[in-house]
Design a protein around this ligand. Structure first.
Ligand SMILES: NC(=O)c1ccc[n+]([C@@H]2O[C@H](COP(=O)([O-])OP(=O)(O)OC[C@H]3O[C@@H](n4cnc5c(N)ncnc54)[C@H](O)[C@@H]3O)[C@@H](O)[C@H]2O)c1
Ligand SMILES: O=C(O)C(=O)C[C@@H](O)[C@H](O)[C@H](O)COP(=O)(O)O
Ligand SMILES: [Zn+2]
Length: 380
């Protein structure tokens, strides 16, 4: 069901154009105070099931709860522990048991209120409970607002690696209120900015310029800059997802820029708050550009420009800052679990310039390992 919702007068709406699974992303300041207006069509018998985490429940839940209460809608809340460790079989089992105890029905919409962790695991639970129900994304971290809430990649991590058990399952609606970023810790804001910069690096050099010019205002909390940045990012993501929903043609794989390196670093640091996903992606993108320079695809000046912007957002750009100084062989062993692996080879996202990323099928993993040894200072 794609229930109609009357947007707040000032809401910006971006549509993810996926035919009968199309949905809208509403972006507006103060949206959560009006959550009931958007969620009422999804409340079966006047009740909603909300999944959140133990930090978001302290900072954001009240605004949503007040809105629902004011509209006479009841809700039940399931609280995950915060952090990447919650994307686990154990938490998925707890969550699905809870949903079943609360008599979730196939036509129901579960509400994911939180960062990418809450969104990814809730989306996956929605995909499997009763062989598939629906969900609404209310992303509360910058990373979730600009990236994870859009596009329907849902997953948990497995012992073998990142996001290895999951499904494509699109949400029915995405509600983004930039105001909630006020309570987001600065380190988490920076982590989300890495995925923002990614859109510039993929195919939008002009947006990369915008990020350079507006980075200071963004981190100073300028509301207009933050809102425009979020809107531009979700437009990019919606466009790429609509072109290649299930990552079949290579277009959506562009969104994986920096992630082959990044996921290996997250695995090496134990999927913990030692290295956040966005931080791992920042290091991964800097590495992808330096590797592209090493093999003569782009200039080192271009790679330096990427690292400079990431550093000005206080993001790590090398293995030392990531706390993941490991041998090339160790890191490339993690990469063998990458979901892009095909026929025993791993395509890599490389770049000819800022805004000119492409999927290369010619990369030798041994050469990547040698590059990483050099980056780690293990070679002369
Ligand atoms: N599905 C996708 O397309 C996709 C895309 C990118 C990332 N991801 C996944 O998203 C996850 C990372 O997401 P994330 O960076 O949002 O991490 P997260 O969900 O752990 O949230 C970051 C932290 O901020 C807290 N938080 C969130 N919103 C807050 C707010 N408004 N105020 C105060 N605290 C708040 C959370 O409790 C958490 O501690 C990773 O697992 C990554 O793999 C998925
Ligand atoms: O939506 C996509 O497609 C992405 O690749 C977005 C990434 O930022 C995100 O981290 C995604 O989960 C990584 O995809 P995966 O397929 O490698 O798990
Ligand atoms: Zn990512």
């Amino acid at each position: 069901m794609n229930a109609p919702s009357s947007p707040a007068p000032s809401a910006n709406i971006v549509t993810v154009d996926l035919g009968d699974r199309a949905y809208d992303i509403h972006v507006a300041s103060g949206l959560l105070q009006q959550a009931a207006q958007y969620l009422a069509p999804y409340a079966r018998a006047g009740r909603l099931l909300i999944i959140t985490d133990d930090q978001v429940s302290q900072h954001v839940l009240l605004a949503v709860a007040n809105s629902l209460n004011g509209a006479g809608l009841s809700h039940e809340v399931f609280i995950l522990p915060h952090g990447e460790g919650a994307k686990s079989w154990a938490q998925l089992e707890r969550m699905t048991d809870w949903l079943l105890e609360h008599h979730v029905e196939r036509a129901d919409h579960i509400i994911a209120l939180g960062g990418g962790v809450v969104g990814d695991i809730t989306g996956f639970a929605a995909h499997i409970v009763k062989r598939g129900c629906h969900f609404v994304q209310i992303p509360t971290s910058l990373l979730a607002q600009v990236d994870s809430s859009v596009g329907g990649k849902t997953a948990i991590n497995s012992g073998a690696g990142k996001n290895l058990v999951g499904a494509f399952h699109q949400p029915s609606l995405v509600l983004i209120d930039p105001d909630v970023l006020r309570s987001l810790p600065p380190r988490q804001l920076a982590a989300g900015f890495a995925e923002v910069v990614k859109y510039g690096l993929i195919d939008d050099a002009e947006f990369f310029d915008y990020c350079e010019r507006n980075c200071a205002a963004f981190f100073a909390g300028d509301k207009d800059t933050q809102t425009q940045t979020i809107i531009h990012s979700v437009r990019s993501k919606a466009r790429i997802v609509a072109a290649d929903e299930k990552e079949l043609s290579g277009t959506r794989a562009l969104l994986n820029l920096g992630h082959t390196f990044g996921h290996a670093l997250e695995a090496e640091t134990g999927f913990s708050d030692k290295l956040l996903h966005g931080e791992a992606v920042a290091v991964g993108m800097a590495l992808a550009f330096r590797y592209s320079a090493r093999i003569g695809l782009c200039s080192m000046a271009e790679a330096d420009r990427v690292a400079t912007l990431l550093r000005s957002a206080k993001l790590p750009t090398n293995l030392q800052e990531a706390g993941a100084v490991a041998s090339g062989q160790t890191l490339t062993a993690h990469m063998l679990h990458d979901k892009k692996m095909s026929g025993g080879t791993l395509p890599f996202l490389l770049a000819r310039a800022i805004g000119q990323t492409f999927l290369s099928h010619d990369v030798e993993l041994n050469d990547v390992a040698a590059f990483l040894d050099q980056e780690a200072g293990l070679l002369g």
